[in-house]
Design a protein around this ligand. Structure first.
Ligand code: FPP
Length: 247
């Protein structure tokens, strides 16, 4: 077990490989997402037990609408199923849910299930489990800039206002202090052998450590998760600076 002081404060996960997992078993893609949801449930509890404060998963991107209606609706149905089956356990484990992304564009029953999930876990001070739904990193930055523009208009006197800073843009992201106040991720994990960010936490990941595994998401276990977190604790994070020992 890794000491709680050494675990990353925020882990992001790109849960990839559900489709290939299903294909290998000659199952429909939705069966892969169902297995992926089972995997996600185990990782949430593992993260909570490890003392990780923030976990963000990429569940549905703005680009995922390009998939077949059957697959997209299958993912949305899973959300409703997840809320029905997991709400009690999440509350028992003190897990607090935040949604990042434009989830109100999902079907009505999914939106209602999500609202229930968020409302019922509000105030829980355990793991912040952030679910990215209808999320796109670039769209998030654009949204932030527009919110900032509105704020600057209020501040403007005779056409003059303070120049925009990095902190200003951060503040109006979904994760920013104007919304959920989630810190930048320390570690981002992507499964299934793909090594790219796919529009996930584009701004926030500037200094994140990245880790990739060939394991397909439905096969990803709490043991592999813990092993990756353990490896993270040995990484030398310099944030663009240098080690004290360096000459
Ligand atoms: C990527 O695998 C996975 C997704 C697009 C969906 C992930 C969704 C879940 C795990 C369920 C989430 C449930 C809740 C309640 C939030 P892929 O389909 O791109 O896999 P492939 O690259 O092998 O085709």
């Amino acid at each position: 077990m890794i000491e709680k002081e050494r675990v990353p404060n925020h882990v992001g996960v790109i849960m990839d490989g559900n489709g290939r997992w299903a294909k290998a078993r000659m199952l429909p893609r939705v069966a892969g997402h169902n297995a992926g949801m089972e995997s996600m449930k185990k990782i949430v509890i593992a993260a909570s037990n490890m003392g990780i404060k923030n976990l963000t998963v990429y569940a549905f991107s703005t680009e995922n609408w390009k998939r077949s209606t059957e697959e997209v609706n299958g993912i949305f149905k899973l959300i409703v199923k997840y809320v029905k089956s997991e709400l009690e356990e999440l509350i028992e484990n003190n897990v607090h849910i935040n949604i990042i992304g434009e989830y109100d564009m999902l079907p009505q029953d999914s939106v209602e299930a999500i609202d229930k999930l968020v409302a019922s876990t509000k105030g829980d001070d355990g793991l912040n489990f952030n679910i990215a739904l209808n999320y796109g990193g670039r769209a998030e930055i654009v949204k932030s800039v527009n919110a900032l523009f509105e704020a600057k208009k209020q501040e403007e006197v005779n056409g003059i206002f303070e120049p925009v800073t990095e902190a200003d843009i951060s503040r109006y992201l979904y994760t920013g202090s104007a919304n959920f106040d989630i810190p930048d991720p320390d570690l981002i994990i992507r499964t299934s052998g793909e090594e790219r960010m796919s529009n996930f936490l584009v701004w926030q990941a500037a200094y994140s450590e990245l880790m990739f595994t060939d394991t397909l998401w439905p096969d990803f276990t709490p043991e592999e998760f813990e092993e990756m977190v353990e490896r993270f604790t040995h990484r030398d994070r310099r944030f663009g600076g240098r080690n004290k020992e360096d000459k």
